[in-house]
Design a protein around this ligand. Structure first.
Ligand code: NAD
Length: 484
């Protein structure tokens, strides 16, 4: 089982924040009861306001993300935390009239005459969103896009590990939305627990699977429907025809994003046994050519806290002590404790009982596991939990298809990594321990909507025959249905 020993959160007194949560929840419920179905135009206005809020706060978002991470590439903050969310809102606003449209469904005219049946998408009500530290705006305001598109009211709870982003988000939301529509509560783990115990109409949690289980249990007590966006170990399988610079660029490039602190980063690479030396040489060449001083640059994200950094150092030390070959891809670089930047290392063929094999790595360590046949690689993936993302590199499309058909994961890419999480039109989520449910695009709209089945009676039906006491008409209906 994948497990992460979770660094302890700072302790806080959350009693005020819990009161604020309960008060906001009550006000949002009352407001939803007064206005349960915002029109298309109103929802588009909300999405426009959200996009304007993100663009107008761009500078402050860049500063807050850099403050929480110690170092964070500002260009990447713009790209993902600001423009990614804005693009998602623009796409949803464009698509919304078709998403909201009722969908006609078949009714048998012999039995139901001219009755009409349709799925009508209804807002669920008051939705909670528990956010992790690694993408503080993309994972709070991003899903808010589809929550608002679906006509809901929303309370967001940022992570205690990103206090600057959390406070900024609170201010941005308060300046843009009425508090009985969207609001933010900030605090520590006690608040997080209380949050998961509310009687939400839907609850989204993004974070590690361990806490995901606790959330699912708390939600189940109130039969609250949940979307769980969890993590795990995402593999990249390199076929024998694809041990080349192009594949290595995609794998390492993805790994360098946020210095590995991304749920859909590559956790480990499955490489044909006789291709491991080539893979290592290509990785060394890639770093030497493209990112020789990576940890000295502002493109290298700091590890979120010292405790998270210590966890990563421990994972590497444990593998080294166990005799694993470690390849430092920036051989002269050291961990910089002041900025929490850590250089990228490969760990070659670690034993299954080591932390790097059991835990989601979530940092600048890439495991390389040799395999003998593509069947063995598939068996290896299938022996673990179903990952959030799976990546296959193969020039031969039949190999890529074979891997996709015989494995399961939340999303997947062929000849690239992580792009499945970047597209506003592609539903995103996990399966099994990597999560349940989707956001992004129409899948997100539907996740946060109640797909209500509605039948409107017409003329010429035999519905009366279905009511007891049953007589000749009911018998005739059954006989006809049985083909007698
Ligand atoms: P984290 O420590 O910030 O925790 C996530 C949230 O859970 C926080 O808001 C926190 O306050 C809350 N929380 C903590 N304990 C709680 C409890 N007992 N009850 C209720 N809420 C509680 O973030 P993390 O978990 O370290 O995030 C990293 C993990 O998230 C990785 O496993 C990563 O793969 C996963 N992740 C998944 C996605 C996705 O979209 N599937 C995206 C980002 C991260």
């Amino acid at each position: 089982m994948t497990a992460t020993h979770r660094p302890m959160a700072p302790s806080t007194d959350d009693s005020g924040a819990i009161n604020e949560l309960q008060e906001s929840f009550g006000r949002q419920r009352a407001a939803f009861a007064r206005d349960p179905y915002p029109s298309l135009e109103v929802r588009q206005d909300h999405l426009g306001a959200l996009a304007g809020m993100m663009l107008g706060s761009r500078e402050r978002i860049r500063r807050a993300v850099s403050e929480d991470f110690s170092v964070h590439p500002e260009l990447f903050t713009d790209l993902v935390e600001v423009l990614g969310v804005v693009g998602r809102a623009v796409y949803a606003a464009e698509q919304l009239s078709s998403w909201m449209a009722a969908e006609a469904r078949f009714t048998d005219p012999g039995l139901y005459g001219s009755a009409q049946a349709a799925i009508r998408y209804q807002p669920k009500g008051v939705v909670g969103n528990i956010v992790p530290w690694n993408f503080p705006f993309d994972l709070s305001v991003g899903p808010l896009v589809e929550m608002l598109a679906a006509g809901n009211r929303v309370i967001l709870k940022p992570s205690e590990f990103t206090p600057a982003c959390g406070e900024l988000l609170k201010e941005m939301i308060a300046g843009t939305f009425d508090s009985d529509h969207v609001t933010v509560v900030t605090g520590g783990v006690e608040l997080a627990r209380a949050f998961s115990q509310q009687r939400w109409d839907h609850l989204l949690y993004t974070g590690n699977p361990e806490v995901g289980r606790l959330i699912a249990v708390e939600a189940a007590k109130n039969l609250v429907p949940v979307t769980l966006e969890l993590g795990g170990k995402c593999p990249a399988i390199l076929a024998a025809d694809s041990i080349d610079a192009a594949s290595v660029e995609q794998v390492l490039g993805t790994k360098l994003i946020k210095n590995g602190q991304m749920c859909i980063s590559v956790d480990y690479c499955l490489v044909p046994r006789d291709g491991v030396d080539d893979f290592v040489a290509l990785a060394q060449a890639h770093m030497a050519e493209h990112a020789p001083n990576f940890t000295d640059t502002d493109d290298c994200t700091g590890i979120i806290t010292e405790r998270h950094l210590d966890r990563l150092i421990d994972l590497l030390d444990e593998a080294r002590d166990a005799g694993c070959a470690i390849v430092e891809l920036q051989p002269t670089a050291k961990v910089d404790r002041a900025s929490r930047r850590m250089p990228l290392s490969l760990v070659l063929d670690p034993a299954d009982d080591l932390g790097v094999m059991r835990e989601e790595i979530f940092g600048p360590i890439l495991v390389v596991k040799p395999y003998d046949t593509i069947d063995d690689a598939i068996t290896h993936v299938n022996a673990g939990e179903k990952p959030l993302g799976l990546y296959v590199f193969a020039k031969d499309a039949t190999i890529a298809d074979q891997v996709l058909t015989r494995t399961s994961s939340g999303g997947a890419c062929v000849n690239t990594c992580a792009v499945q999480g970047a597209l506003p039109a592609l539903g995103f989520g996990g399966i099994g321990t990597s999560g349940t449910g989707r956001h992004h695009g129409i899948e997100g709209f539907r996740e946060f909507s109640n797909p209500r089945g509605v039948v409107t009676r017409g003329e010429g039906d035999l519905i009366g025959a279905l009511y007891p006491p049953y007589g000749d008409l009911a018998q005739a209906v059954v006989t006809a249905a049985l083909g007698g």
